[in-house]
Design a protein around this ligand. Sequence first.
Ligand code: CP
Ligand code: NVA
Length: 297
Amino acid sequence: MKHFIDINNFKKKEIDEIISLAKKIKKNPKKYSSSCKDKTLGLIFEKQSLRTRLSFSVGMQKLGGSVLELQSKDIGFDNKREKPEDVLNVLSQYIDCVMIRNNNHKQIVNLSKENILPIINGLTEFSHPCQILGDFLTLLENFKNYKNLSIVWMGDYNNVLRSLIHLQNIYNFKLNVVVPNQIFKNYKNEFLKSKNKNLKYFDNPSEGVKNSNCIMTDVWVSMGEKNSKTKYFKNFTVNKKIMSYASNNAIFMHCLPAKRGKEVTSEVLDGKNSVVLEQAKNRMYIQQAILIYVLKK
Ligand code: CP
Ligand code: NVA
């Protein structure tokens, strides 16, 4: 049984195949309009979602499949009425795969090991792999070749960054991680495990973003986290000045939702180098490719 939990569970060839399929679906959606015929996807959101909810839901319907949104509390997926494994056992009698967004990465890893139903990670506190594959598609559309790319992540050390590091370990583009030292010190050991010479840490934003092709950021406080860490991000807003240190054609990326005036100014978010809406759109083609991948026997 196939699952989609984290990018680092995959070989390059498999990720290449998912990306290539997403490109084909985008180019010729009609050809795939029956790819998931008679298949049903369940969606479980234990946190808010706009893009992930819509891209999975609309994406699955465009593949000829159907979608059921399952309220975690209503179906008893909260470990109070019955065990989550038992809920999945029952779900597997009716539906073909499930996407889960929760605050408990270990739970979805453990559930995937049970091989009851294909599970897709729709974001956890640990990672957001669907987002980063969609973002890679956007990068490839903007730059054609990833090999000479120099990407900057500026802001918090979070789930989206972790999936970006997983991707960097596969494709080996240059990745500068620009995170306040007070935050980074909590993740240093995890970061150093990568041992990749194209992966570098900076705590000085103007130095870290120099000559890069893309500056990527995200909210400073992720869903389910405390606000108290915002004090560390004083010089970490992506503004026009920060963008001016990057290459002339550098793009700005953000998974959204954005907090305008915090991690990014409106001028950059709405500016000509911003590709945030392309990113949101590409989520759908990637979700469709992931769905076809996990549902393939
Ligand atoms: N980027 C993203 O995952 O957005 P949502 O939280 O709205 O799904
Ligand atoms: N890091 C953010 C991503 C939202 C799509 C969060 O987890 O809230």
